[in-house]
Design a protein around this ligand. Structure first.
Ligand SMILES: CC(C)(COP(=O)(O)OP(=O)(O)OC[C@H]1O[C@@H](n2cnc3c(N)ncnc32)[C@H](O)[C@@H]1OP(=O)(O)O)[C@@H](O)C(=O)NCCC(=O)NCCS
Length: 225
């Protein structure tokens, strides 16, 4: 953690934007705000990869790069980032940025990015990275306006495994196998208690050593040998 100020209030044209460190009570509200801004219809990739572990994980590993924006004590937005060291470079990576639809275009995203970058500079970052869906025009415009550039198209390919000629068969095979196992399990006698297993094992040893105690005719045991 840097010794940078833990909070910052900026008076914007309309309202006061307060930036602070994320705390444990923010986990659920941030997750739910993310659900409302990373929508499946607009940004399927963001939607698929956003889950509670993104928030919990980054809060756990990079709390100093998890910031919250408030306006009049309402959650207005959040930013979650991380730092990657590679060779001589330290990269700052904006992993998630979300501003509540009620507070968009009021400078909230702007303020969150500024605060994060300021912290990262103190920690040695000299190069920033961010990625988003190319169809996400507001974000592309937002980041371009912030000074990001050198855009590279990154192609995400996807596949529905159920529909694949080979993987689909593998899925059916695995499903049938699981069903067979479940069926066999349901027919099996109830699992023995540890005590019963121990006495059963002891009985087997005694019987192996004294075949005559098994109750079978001697000739039967002999025939087996
Ligand atoms: C992208 C996002 C974070 C911007 O936050 P914001 O607080 O509204 O942005 P700011 O008010 O600080 O900056 C506004 C600038 O961003 C750009 N911008 C933001 N929304 C825009 C929109 N709907 N259409 C076009 N440009 C837009 C413009 O350049 C705008 O400047 P202007 O108002 O002078 O035209 C916000 O729209 C959002 O949360 N989107 C959904 C989640 C997302 O896509 N996150 C980024 C990828 S993880």
């Amino acid at each position: 953690m840097t010794n940078f100020d833990k909070s910052d209030t900026t008076s914007h044209s309309h309202s006061s934007i307060y930036i602070r460190n994320m705390d444990i009570d923010d986990l659920a509200p941030i997750y739910h705000l993310g659900e409302t801004v990373f929508t499946s219809d607009l940004y399927p990739y963001l939607y698929r990869t956003w889950d509670e572990w993104e928030v919990i994980g980054l809060y756990n590993t990079d709390p100093e790069y998890c910031l919250v924006a408030e306006i009049a004590e309402n959650l207005a937005g959040f930013i979650l980032g991380t730092v990657i060291s590679k060779g001589a470079w330290i990269y700052g990576y904006i992993m998630w940025l979300g501003v509540s639809p009620n507070f968009q275009r009021q400078g909230v995203g702007d303020k969150l990015v500024d605060k994060l970058v300021e912290r990262m500079i103190v920690d040695g970052v000299r190069f920033m990275l961010v990625d988003t869906d190319p169809a996400n025009t507001p974000a592309v415009k937002f980041f371009t306006r912030k000074g990001f550039g050198n855009t590279r198209q990154h192609i995400f390919l996807s596949m529905n495994l159920n529909k694949h000629y080979y993987y689909g068969k593998l899925i059916s095979y695995e499903r049938e196998k699981a069903e067979r196992t479940a069926y066999k399990g349901s027919r099996r006698r109830p699992a023995a208690k540890p005590q019963e297993i121990a006495s059963e094992a002891a009985a087997k040893i005694i019987l192996t050593e004294n075949p005559s105690l098994s109750g079978e005719p001697e000739s039967f045991n002999d025939a087996d040998d």
